[in-house]
Design a protein. Structure first.
Length: 86
């Protein structure tokens, strides 16, 4: 599958930043915007892009998926970063 590594703290816009690396060494930059219901630090400037209930997952700057639980981010990335068998 692979490894997801996210910084523990959100940035000023509310995003978690990190990387996803497949078991064979491929990878991408990952940005995750949690839902509005997620606790936010006081310094978050704008969360207008946030969804009410979905975690928005970006890989290398492009939105690739949305998930309902933080625990599902790595699985969603694996499905998008690792092509399915033909």
């Amino acid at each position: 599958m692979g490894t997801l590594s996210l910084k523990p703290e959100q940035d000023g816009m509310g995003y978690f930043y990190g990387a996803y690396t497949t078991d064979d060494g491929r990878g991408c930059r990952v940005d995750v915007l949690p839902p509005r219901s997620h606790p936010r630090p006081c310094f978050v400037m704008d969360n207008s892009a946030a969804h009410d209930t979905e975690w928005i997952v970006y890989a290398d700057g492009e939105e690739i998926t949305r998930v309902l639980r933080r625990e599902d981010i790595a699985t969603a990335l694996a499905a998008r970063v690792i092509p399915p068998p033909e």
